[in-house]
Write a new protein. Sequence first.
Length: 364
Amino acid sequence: MNLMKTLLASSALTAAATVAYAQEMSNEMTIVSWGGAYQNSQLKAYVEPYVEMHPEVTVVWDESSNEAVAKLRAMNEADNITWDLVDVVAADAIRLCDEGLAMEYDPDELLAPGDDGSSASDDFGDLIVSDCYIPQIVYSTTFGYRTDMVPEGVDAPSSICDVFDLETYPGKRSLEKRPINNMEWALLCDGVAKDEVYDVLATGEGQDQALAKLDTIKDSVVWWSAGADTPQLLADGEIFMGSTYNGRLYSVIEEQDQPVGMMWDAQVFDLDGWIIPAGLPDDKLARVKDFLKFATDTQRLADQAKYISYGPARASSAPKVPEDMKQHMPTDPANAANTFLYNYTFWADYRDDIDAKFQAWLAQ
């Protein structure tokens, strides 16, 4: 009898604590994102389902992610944080974390384990590039090529080094007008091992080596600055192959039905994800944590791929991506046999110097 009373009392306390915890959560959440199709994918995949489960919650959107660093600095100086959850690219997350403007977290405490039984830290793996960063999606810079311009009797290009093979694959190429990615690809195709690329690129000799390799195709390169440039050049048949973001190529291939193929080899991964502003009130933080556990679980990140051709950051989400979208995902195993992860630390340290050298080389 005493045991039963104890159990009942314990259950009552647990229920009361649960109710109290729920009451301590804020019922309003301001989420910062990018607008457009990407924000819509977030809305459909996990914001609307979460609000359906929690009708007391109102979500306010702010489309200021491209200004997140400057605005969070200003809010911090004014001691007035008005955002609850902020979507940023990884490079900005690293800066915000370093400046103490984003909250550090433990992935295995904050985030749900994978559906396959993996811990959150194992499921996201090395995509957790900062102690403050919660990855959502992976996009990549890769190459598209005109399928109707492949020379007769030759296989379609499938290796990053085909970009440098003007004899087998003649024609114009488009490359982004900056050293990032181009220098890495050049070294890979000049015999540098993948795991040594950044050690080599950190030296003046290595930078010269990369530029010398790029020199071999320089006269055949059209340089681009905007993400829309390569897709347009491909659609107009002005180039044979060119680099751009995988989502842009998806649009050219699937939505515009252009004769364009994807070349995934040595695609360079970049990330988009969440940071929690440092110093949120307890009720705001409780709501954000509850939302994040749901919004970043295996199924929700897979659901996001229904609406945009970017890969889920969780390994366990990949098998759940809709079949008709898998072929367009940078993270699909068939496309991810040989990938590069953008080295944020390296480029933060060397960007200015290599930029200057690259621009001087362009002007020669």
